[in-house]
Design a protein around this ligand. Structure first.
Ligand code: FE2
Length: 279
């Protein structure tokens, strides 16, 4: 089997060819190839893979420990992503995925942000619903020395409220209370990974920079996010049924383009749990 990996943009994403659902579990070299390519490219696209849910979970287990909390799907390890409340009872929270984010920045417990996320398209939206990716490794690497030095000591408070307010600016008291039950988390703005690489920790959950005046703090975070996600730095995946995409959640931020609530769009997600804290 010959595998080819071709870059999809200058900064993030690559398409993998030469992999089929039938060989995914039998090719013993594949997990390492995928992990190495993820580290290098941040996002990997497999078109036309038509992965069945069990194979998806089994393959992800070769990449790390899989999250098996209940996911509105009969196969453990699969979480159904749909705005249709009959398919997913927490669909209303998914609207926050229309903003840039890292998965798992404000967990209920002390879990580390997820290592990688895999999505397979079962049904697509007639319009909208593309997923966009930007590399936070490259965002850091492309900063000048002075800016790196300025940003590296800063710490940022992340909250569920910050991300939910972007989609529900005028919450009811009950909504607000529910959001505030989720503990706030403080993370460094610059994540120094075990590998030695550094990335920016950005996205919708950023509430404020510790010790900085609120307006300045918001302006700085918004400016960094805008530069990190400038159009030329984004890979936008237009989904077709049968596509599978996996991304490195530690060094990539992502968002979904809005799509209608009555859209048939349905993705099956598997999450590989994190192994390192943001530090
Ligand atoms: Fe997400």
């Amino acid at each position: 089997m010959t595998i080819t990996i071709d870059e999809l943009s200058d900064t993030v994403g690559a398409e993998v060819r030469g992999v089929w659902a039938e060989t995914l579990l039998t090719d013993e070299s594949l997990p390492e190839v995928v992990l190495d390519a993820l580290e290098e490219h941040g996002v990997l696209v497999f078109r036309d893979l038509h992965l069945d849910p069990r194979t998806q979970v089994e393959f992800c287990r070769k990449l790390g420990e899989v999250d098996t909390s209940p996911g509105h799907h009969p196969v453990p390890g699969i979480y159904r992503v749909s705005l249709d409340t009959s398919k997913n009872s927490s669909a209303s929270y998914l609207r926050a995925t229309f903003d840039w984010h890292i998965d798992g920045c404000t967990p209920e417990d002390d879990a580390y942000p997820q290592k990688a996320t895999m999505l397979s398209a079962r049904a697509v939206a007639p319009s909208g619903g593309e997923t966009e990716f930007a590399s936070t490794y490259r965002a850091f690497d492309d900063l000048g020395t002075a800016e790196r030095d300025h940003l590296t000591p800063l710490r940022v408070v992340h909250t569920l409220e910050a991300s939910q307010r972007l989609v529900t600016p005028e919450p009811t008291p009950e909504q607000l209370e529910a959001w505030r039950r989720r503990p706030a988390k403080e993370h460094p703005l610059v994540w120094t990974h075990k590998s030695g690489r550094r990335s920016l920790v950005l996205g919708a959950s950023t509430d404020h920079i510790v010790g900085m005046e609120p307006e300045r703090s918001r302006a700085l975070l918004d400016d960094l996010l805008r530069r990190c996600t400038a159009p030329e730095r984004v890979y936008r995946h237009e989904w077709a049924v049968g596509d599978t995409v996996i991304w490195d959640n530690r060094g990539v931020i992502h968002r979904a383009a809005p799509y209608p609530v009555d859209s048939p769009r349905e993705m099956l997600r598997t999450t590989v749990l994190g192994e390192e804290p943001i530090e």
